[in-house]
Ligand binder design. Structure first.
Ligand code: WT7
Length: 648
């Protein structure tokens, strides 16, 4: 194993301990190579074998993978298991409970924000709750193909709802519960969701977040936008559909552990439905809807370079095959494992490696509502000890954060249950890797680095572009095939472009070097510079804005914003605070800029394009700017250096 890192390459090799290799699904490199070769040379045989583990109501009719990756030859498409019919929920639940007799096995150890709140949920119980929720959704009018917006914290009901959608053939669109009302509204509108599922609130650490209130605000915004749209679209009567398609009702979950009472939650009896009241009244049985292999499974929004989030669409069969296989091999899943992925289900990592991948394998997982530093900075290690976690999967940003507190909080707990560690989300720097390997893994646990994206659940070998698809690759941008093709396939006809740069070392290992587009990776989450710029220029004082990344000790990268003010507006602390708040409100707390600097002028080419490379260098205080011959007015550079922000 090679030490990953974004800055420099280390020569030292680390091999997994022998005991662990012996019983592994992929015990050594040759075995890996064989599997890899088979997947490339005989994809049909390879995937048929994976598919044979699952239930298909009807078998596929043609080749397992059919595709066109070449824009010059027509529309881009990928199809997996064409002709087959199946159901995701049936495969991850009924199959485990009925065929494999795992009804009594724990699916999730739910651990709340407070260590006093916890609950074990077996596969049998999970199936019952999911069926109840399926019946509830049906009762509320949700039908196959309808989109359901889910705005929930990390509580079991989030899993119930997403699986209920897949059971009845509805398409879930989960919006991370840290997003703002504006972001939620935008996502609901884009995929025309007909129902919103939310909770009254959640504690994140000490902080109470009133989710229902934010959700109500989002729906109010949707209503306003629909009305505005309606006015511009009249008099064509057929164009009135957007308003018809909007949220009809919202299902809301009262959270037991909140201090405030239900009565304080805003409630509108005309459209609000209380989870507890309806769930008790429906049956625990629900026939799954048999879907085509390529029917949509879910939509998940990711940042796009135009600033408008893209609804990445995934489909049923491919996602099942891909997440189940990668989970099994990458984490070397064994029946006695207790697995914990610390991501939020609101992100793709959670979709793939908290819900679908682990459940497809009948795994036992920890589902964690809290944050790493509450009620103390040893919380992660405490949870590992409490559930005897064997496989632990987290992000470099969390490792860097926890490293700061030294060894004491780690040494208080028994981490001897750990066997494999994983990281995801961004390149891991050598310092964080070594700490993870030595202090957490006690030098006995291999560290698996898993590169992939919302678009492409994929692990293992890394390439910047891909010539062929795999079952778990995205199928389109919801409602915008043209954007799908131009974003990923137009740059190099015949290839899928990830947007990441990578290097190959002398041993043939690939090192992901980070984004090569206008995307910034903050704490493992991609943000588009255009989206942040748009929320800055929405402010009355700002004429123009340009956002670049700057290295950050914990977040990996952070946002450094240059703003040009309108004439007669003054740049001061109050304005900076206002701008930060504005971005926070428009996008969400993860997008809060660290630096906002006054930019009386921006470096531009003669054709008017902002020279981001130069801005990045100014943000990092790199004085040697290289070739500036294409710049329209080189004088702006000195002014920008004079206005630099040293501290956030
Ligand atoms: C982008 C995708 C993978 C799910 C979480 C983020 C970066 C992701 C790694 C890694 C280096 C990584 C890439 C990628 N990235 N994992 N192990 N090493 N970079 O999903 O928000 O769609 O972001 O995250 O830049 O393109 P996402």
């Amino acid at each position: 194993m090679v030490v990953p890192g974004s800055q420099h390459i280390e020569d030292k090799m680390y091999h997994p301990p022998e005991g662990l290799q012996k019983d592994a699904h992929v015990p050594d490199f040759n075995c890996y190579l064989e599997l890899y070769k088979k997947s490339i040379e005989e994809p049909d045989v390879f995937w048929k074998e994976v598919a044979s583990d699952f239930y298909w109501k009807k078998p596929p009719t043609g080749q397992i993978l059919q595709y066109n990756f070449d824009v010059t030859k027509g529309n881009i498409y990928v199809k997996c298991m064409e002709g087959a019919t199946t159901n995701m929920c049936y495969n991850v639940l009924d199959r485990n409970v009925k065929d494999k007799n795992l009804g009594e096995r724990v699916a999730f150890y739910w651990e709340g924000n407070s260590p006093d709140h916890h609950e074990a949920i077996t596969y049998g119980q999970l199936l019952g709750q999911v069926c109840r929720c399926s019946n509830t959704l049906k009762q509320m009018g949700v039908r196959k193909g309808d989109r359901v917006a889910i705005y929930l914290p990390m509580i079991p009901e989030l899993v119930y709802t997403m699986l209920a959608c897949t059971r009845i053939g509805a398409v879930h669109s989960i919006v991370f519960a840290g997003f703002s009302a504006e972001s939620l509204c935008e996502r609901i509108m884009d995929s025309q969701c007909s129902i919103l599922v939310t909770a009254d609130g959640v504690y994140r650490g000490e902080k109470l977040i009133n989710l229902k209130q934010i959700a109500d605000e989002a729906l109010e915004k949707c209503r306003e936008k629909c009305l505005a749209r309606l006015q511009t679209l009249l008099p064509d009567p057929y164009q009135t559909s957007p308003i018809k398609n909007q949220i009809k009702s919202r299902l809301s979950i009262p959270q037991q552990n909140l201090l405030h009472s239900r009565r304080q939650t805003p409630w509108d009896a005309a459209c609000d439905v209380c989870w507890e009241e309806v769930m008790g009244q429906v049956s625990e049985q629900c026939e799954p809807e048999w879907l085509d292999a390529e029917d949509p499974l879910f939509i998940l929004y990711t940042s796009g370079s135009t600033g408008k989030p893209k609804g990445v669409l995934h489909t049923v069969a491919g996602y099942l095959l891909y997440t189940s296989l990668t989970f099994k091999y990458v984490f070397d899943h064994q029946p006695d494992d207790v697995y914990w992925c610390t991501a939020d289900i609101g992100w793709i990592t959670g979709h793939s490696y908290i819900t679908y991948g682990p459940l497809a394998n009948g795994a036992t997982s920890v589902l964690f509502e809290g944050i790493p530093v509450h009620p103390h900075v040893g919380r992660f290690w405490e949870v590992i000890e409490k559930y005897r976690v064997t496989k632990f999967y987290t992000a470099p940003t969390a490792i860097r954060l926890l490293m700061k507190y030294g060894l004491d909080p780690v040494q208080k707990y028994d981490l001897s249950s750990l066997r494999i560690l994983g990281t995801v989300g961004e390149p891991i720097n050598p310092e964080a890797w070594h700490w993870y390997h030595e202090v957490i893994g006690q030098k006995r646990c291999p560290v698996v680095d898993t590169f992939w994206q919302t678009e492409t659940p994929r692990s293992g070998l890394l390439l910047q572009v891909f010539r062929r698809p795999w079952p778990g690759i995205m199928r389109t941008v919801y409602g915008n095939q043209e954007r799908f093709e131009s974003t990923y396939f137009k740059k190099f006809p015949g290839f899928y472009v990830t947007g990441d740069g990578c290097r190959r070392d002398k041993d043939g290992y690939y090192w992901i070097a980070g984004r090569i587009d206008d995307m910034i990776n903050v704490s493992g989450h991609l943000l588009s510079t255009a989206e942040v710029e748009a929320s800055l220029t929405d402010h009355g004082a700002v004429a123009e804005a340009a956002v670049v990344s700057r290295p950050h000790a914990v977040k990996g990268e952070c946002l450094y914003c240059f703003v040009t003010l309108k004439d007669c507006r003054e740049f001061n602390r109050t304005l900076v605070d206002e701008l930060k708040r504005q971005v926070r409100e428009k996008i969400g707390p993860i997008a809060t800029p660290d630096f906002i600097q006054n930019a009386p002028g921006l470096p531009k080419t003669r054709s008017g394009k902002i020279m981001r490379r130069v801005l990045r260098q100014i943000a990092r205080n790199e004085k040697d700017l290289g070739d500036l011959s294409t710049m329209a007015d080189p004088k702006v550079v000195e002014v920008l250096f004079n206005h630099r922000c040293e501290t956030a």
